[in-house]
Design a protein around this ligand. Sequence first.
Ligand code: ADP
Length: 272
Amino acid sequence: MTTDLMPGALSAHAIRDEPYYRAVGDEIEIFAAAYAGRLPVMLKGPTGCGKTRFVEHMAWRLGRPLVTVAAHEDLTAADLAGRFLLAPEGTVWQNGPLTMAVRGGAICYLDEIVEARQDATVVIHPLTDARRALPLEKKGELVPAHPDFQLTISYNPGYQSAVKDLKESTKQRFVAIEFDYPAPAVEAEIVAREADVSGEQARGLIEVGLRSRNLRGQGLAEGASTRMLIHAGKLLRAGAPVDAAIRAAILLPITDEPDLREALGAAIAASL
Ligand code: ADP
């Protein structure tokens, strides 16, 4: 027995209101062109710089539901494709999120796919070339992709090591769009809007972000992301004092090294 797509299973994934996204370059045009050709897309860049928000915005713009999967080290091909489950009425097939997107014509966003197990990366290969199909090995079925289906992945080059990286044969299947923290004036605009703080407060936080990013490579894997600056802004907005907000939203999460935290704290204090 097969429990296939429940009618409207994808309706929960529809994006009805426009997600706010401030374009930084030509990423909207490139993604739209890639989607027109149903090319798979890789969003490359550090964490917290707007990749997820961008794909949400694009799904809304293109009028497609968005199925998002956050990859982790135990994620297998079956977690994406589906599996047989034991039910009172017998063995039933349950579609995984990728199968649901492939059948229903959604955009599927695999966040940090490099984290997943090797078999999970390989299962997406036939979806990213002329075959445009998903093999359900356990079920002995090849699911052709709906004409509107598209695959997007994110990839943070900074995190990768030689042992954990996407294979060349996987990387080369994707059109890539590069993301980074936006220019200060644009990032301030985003922080002001997302955290609902004044332009002046946002510019102060951007200065903090820039100082932390200057310490990249000197012990800090990455500087404060746009997301962290927004968190600090939200604490300010709720009435937290500036130094407490920065400590809670940036200094403590970013490093467990007391020396590094102190160095960063001093660099930040000089900017306040
Ligand atoms: P990533 O997926 O790259 O880790 P997110 O998309 O979750 O990062 O971005 C973190 C937060 O930063 C978002 O929730 C959003 O508030 C904000 N953000 C970053 N860049 C932009 C942008 N260009 N436009 C609007 N919001 C942004």
